[in-house]
Design a protein. Structure first.
Length: 150
């Protein structure tokens, strides 16, 4: 991939606007229509597409919480370790009040919700139990035959 193609790909990743990205990477091109067509051709090129896909995967993995991160957060809420900043308005006399930020620990409702979500994850609250297995069935014919019936 050429340095200009890399610049185009980096510009495209900013806002996914191929025309703008192409004109930023190739300033000699002044026609929007031409820039749009050429941008599509560049995006179809394997090396550019591979670079863009790699960068998009990198960005999405940084933005999306992992399962472990979610479990750690829920556990911190359940244990009362995490806190949230809330705004509290207090009267200071003569009809005046002031607002200030305070750190608030999770209340019982929030802890209960975290416990519920963790319990669901670990399958602690199952109402029906499914048992699956293989058993060998043996039928024994041990009823004596009498002469009248058979």
């Amino acid at each position: 991939m050429t340095p200009k193609e890399k610049k185009f790909a980096d510009e495209w990743l900013i806002d996914c606007n191929g025309t703008r990205a192409y004109m930023a990477a190739y300033p000699n091109v002044k026609n929007n229509k031409s820039a749009g067509v050429l941008a599509n051709k560049l995006l179809a090129k394997a090396s550019v597409r591979q670079y863009v896909d790699g960068k998009l995967a990198e960005l999405s993995s940084k933005k999306i919480a992992s399962a472990e991160e979610v479990m750690e957060y829920l556990t911190s809420v359940l244990r009362g370790v995490s806190s949230a900043e809330v705004i509290v308005v207090e009267g200071i006399g003569d009809g005046y009040s002031e607002a200030r930020a305070v750190q608030k620990k999770p209340d019982e409702k929030e802890k209960l919700k975290a416990a519920e979500l963790l319990g669901k994850r670990y399958g602690l609250f199952t109402d029906k139990l499914e048992v699956d297995g293989n058993a060998k069935v043996v039928i024994t014919d041990d009823i004596p035959k009498d002469d009248a019936n058979g």
